[in-house]
Design a protein around this ligand. Structure first.
Ligand SMILES: *Cc1c(COP(=O)(O)O)cnc(C)c1O
Ligand SMILES: [Zn+2]
Length: 419
């Protein structure tokens, strides 16, 4: 069984049944899953979770669907890496990297898709669809293949080669649309009214899909020995992930899995070439003005973010801030993380690390805080971004002389300059 009591409008509070609904009929506010937290508290415990599967499904009591055999490729339980070398470079004390690059299809989207498709199947859907900036399409195609569902995924036609290939290989329908993500999303909203029997994970199933992001908070707390961090840095596309990370930490306290009420400061990371939420934050504005994206961080390139306003409010209420970083800074962020911690992130991860750097420089993220940076996608998906700037140290003839002439390996200096 699950512990969901219904859906509720985030704006007017009206209640809805557990169906494929995402928008309030009365005020057009987004719907939110409501749980019976007393029942969850009685049903769950740290011990029970520890004995559960090594996937997001160990937290099933706080997910909106219960199924003994969920649609699962093994999303979640990714490493939380203590990043001392990166911390030293940034001037931080206790820094951790949540390494979500190692999910089954290489991004955090496996968390949300595993939840969304399991719920969609339970609601009777046989077709899984989505509008995607790349990673979502990849994950939907893979999970649909695993479940024997038909998939129809829509992506902007200018995506990185790896994202197109790793989606198409699963054999579903993948459609490249000539336009931005926001064009793709508009098309999918129209298609979703035309095909009510399709489960659009980020349209009619969005309410359930979004809940999967809470596991990013659950895992971090569990991996820190059931303690919350002081400050987290989260990348923002639609803003859904950021708001659900906040919901995740507060739920852990509500159901008794955390002893003390957490006060996690949440900071958001965007690319300067698509920073509608960071711009509203910087301007002290309450409305998010849509933008036309132009950035190498394609997975975050949503110009009109559905949950942007909620992400802005979550960040403000938590005492965090936003940063926006240029393409050059994103590449520097990717290289810094790779060079110091051995983790190769896609451009969204570069946005997180570069934003963290800025937030440290401006004093928002402090050395006395326990900090977690969410690195949400794998660098192999966006090799294009790095190819122009990294390559072999030297290309040489196969002789000792050529090597000696070209490369100077100084182990002592290396050790000194990098610790
Ligand atoms: C989709 C995505 C995000 C952000 O997701 P939202 O919930 O839409 O804000 C972050 N990182 C990566 C790699 C993504 O693919
Ligand atoms: Zn409403």
């Amino acid at each position: 069984m699950d512990y969901v009591t219904g859906l509720r409008c985030r704006e007017c509070g009206r209640q809805y049944p557990v169906e494929a609904l995402n928008i309030c009929d009365y005020c057009f506010g987004p719907l939110e899953v409501v749980y019976d937290y007393d029942a969850v508290a009685a049903a769950t415990s740290r011990e029970k979770i520890a004995a559960g599967p090594q996937t997001i499904w160990r937290y099933s009591e706080l997910l909106p669907v219960s199924d003994p055999v969920p649609i699962d490729l093994g999303a979640g339980c990714t490493p939380l890496v203590r990043a001392d070398r990166l911390a030293a470079e940034l001037g931080l004390g206790e820094l951790w990297v949540k390494n979500d690059t190692v999910n089954p299809t290489g991004s955090f989207k496996d968390r949300v898709v595993s939840v969304a498709l399991t719920k969609a199947r339970q609601l009777g859907f046989k077709v899984a669809a989505c509008a995607s900036t790349g990673n979502l399409a990849n994950s939907v195609a893979a999970h649909a293949a695993r479940a024997g569902m038909v998939s129809v995924v829509f992506i902007p036609s200018d995506l990185e080669v790896a994202k197109v290939v790793t989606t198409a290989v699963y054999g579903g329908n993948s459609v490249a649309v000539e336009g931005t993500y926001d064009d793709v999303n508009r098309l999918c909203a129209e298609l979703s009214s035309e095909h009510p029997s399709w489960a659009f994970v980020n349209v009619n199933i969005r309410t359930y899909y979004a809940e999967g992001s809470k596991t990013l908070a659950f895992e971090v707390a569990e991996q820190l020995g059931w303690r919350a961090p002081d400050h987290v840095v989260v990348p923002v596309a639609s803003g859904s992930q950021l708001t659900k990370v906040a919901k995740g930490f507060s739920e852990l306290y509500k159901v008794g899995l955390l002893d003390e009420e957490p006060h996690v400061r949440i900071s958001g990371a965007q690319a300067a070439g698509c920073s509608p939420v960071a711009t509203a934050y910087a301007d002290g504005a309450d409305v998010i003005r849509p933008v036309k994206p132009h950035t190498i961080a394609k997975s975050l390139a949503i110009g009109n973010p559905a949950d942007g306003w909620y992400a802005l409010k979550t960040v403000r209420d938590s005492g965090g801030a936003f940063a926006a970083v240029t393409d050059e800074e994103i590449i520097e962020g990717i290289r810094l993380l790779a060079r110091t911690e051995g983790i190769f992130a896609e451009t969204a991860g570069g946005v997180t690390i570069a934003s963290l750097m800025k937030l440290v420089a401006s004093g928002v993220v402090r050395p006395d805080e326990r900090v977690v940076a969410y690195v949400t996608g794998n660098g192999l998906k966006t090799v294009e971004a790095l190819a122009p700037v990294v390559g072999p140290t030297a290309t040489i003839a196969p002789t000792l002389q050529a090597f000696a002439a070209a490369v100077d390996v100084d182990a002592d200096n290396y050790t000194r300059s990098s610790t």
